[in-house]
Design a protein around this ligand. Structure first.
Ligand SMILES: Nc1ncnc2c1ncn2[C@@H]1O[C@H](COP(=O)(O)OP(=O)(O)OP(=O)(O)O)[C@@H](O)[C@H]1O
Length: 274
């Protein structure tokens, strides 16, 4: 890692004045999001505030109705080097009913890097290393259908890591992952950051990733309400009157209902979000 001031480093994501409408709903209403080389940025906000839409927009998957996007300094229209970016979408299942093995799923993340022809020794080593990073190397031959949701999530993270991306974007990577494995993933991410990888994470709480986060961007109703130091989790839950600071960004103690919890699920105490 170099010792330049973060502001001096070149942006790898520049989302400027981004507007996006899904259905008839304006979901992004002028979002500015800059992530510079080597930074670890957390995107926070309540359910439905537009976090997933913002990261999907940042990888060109949601068309902008206003504003602009540059990746590695290149306008989206002209950007081709997708192998520089590893993207783990909001938790989906790695199992599609097709009996793919863990090796096959993680190797698929390598395709953009594989030169014409069959995967070489370097590709196989990258797959093995990615699985070791997420603590799933011993499951390489297993069918993904046989894995728990949290294990499938770790396989999907390994798939992104296998491409050895310069920019890693993960949407709620800890969702459904038990605490012990959250620590394993935090360790994997720490190694990536030490190697100079730039990271953008959608999180509903900082948890074990807190020490890694350089900056937090908080969304509310499709607008940025905070861009700066990550909010500090308090030791105890404050009364509800203290839940939002005068600057309008979240304070600890809010509930966040996770989209994957299903009907009747208890809200998760996130400690961070409104
Ligand atoms: N395809 C779609 N069509 C219409 N509305 C959508 C679509 N996708 C998302 N939305 C709406 O856009 C808003 C923002 O969704 P988004 O998934 O970006 O929020 P989020 O902050 O990531 O929330 P969560 O924490 O629940 O994942 C929500 O109100 C959602 O219902």
């Amino acid at each position: 890692m170099d010792h330049e001031e973060p502001e001096a480093r070149e942006p790898v994501i520049s989302l400027t004045g981004a507007r996006a409408t899904l259905g008839s709903r304006p979901v992004l209403r002028g979002v500015d999001l800059t992530v510079r080389r080597g930074e670890v940025v957390a995107l926070l906000g309540a359910n439905g505030s537009g976090k997933s839409t913002a990261v999907r927009a940042a990888v060109g998957q949601v068309p902008l109705s206003g504003g602009s996007l540059q990746l590695f300094g290149t306008d989206l229209k002209r950007f081709r080097k997708w192998s520089r970016i590893g993207y783990v979408p909001q938790r989906t299942t790695a199992a599609s009913g097709v009996p793919a093995t863990v090796r096959e799923v993680v190797s698929s993340g390598r395709l953009a890097r594989t030169k014409l022809g069959l995967p070489g020794r370097g590709d196989k080593a990258a797959v093995q290393r990615a699985l070791e990073l997420v603590g799933m190397a011993d499951r390489i031959k297993d069918s993904v259908n046989a894995l728990s949701g949290g294990q499938q999530q770790r396989v999907l993270i390994a798939r992104a890591l296998a491409a050895e991306p310069e920019l890693l974007i993960m949407d709620e990577p800890m969702a459904g992952v038990d605490l012990a494995n959250q620590e394993v993933l935090a360790g994997a991410l720490r190694e990536q950051v030490a190697d100079g990888v730039t990271v953008l994470l959608v999180l509903h709480e900082l948890g074990p990733l807190e020490p890694l986060i350089d900056r937090a961007v908080v969304l509310r109703d499709g607008c940025v309400t905070h861009d700066g130091p990550p909010p500090k989790a308090a030791a105890s839950t404050p009364p509800s009157s203290q839940l939002r600071s005068s600057r309008g960004y979240p304070q600890p103690g809010h509930d966040h209902v996770h989209p994957h919890d299903g009907p009747g699920a208890e809200p998760i105490r996130t400690g961070l979000l409104s």
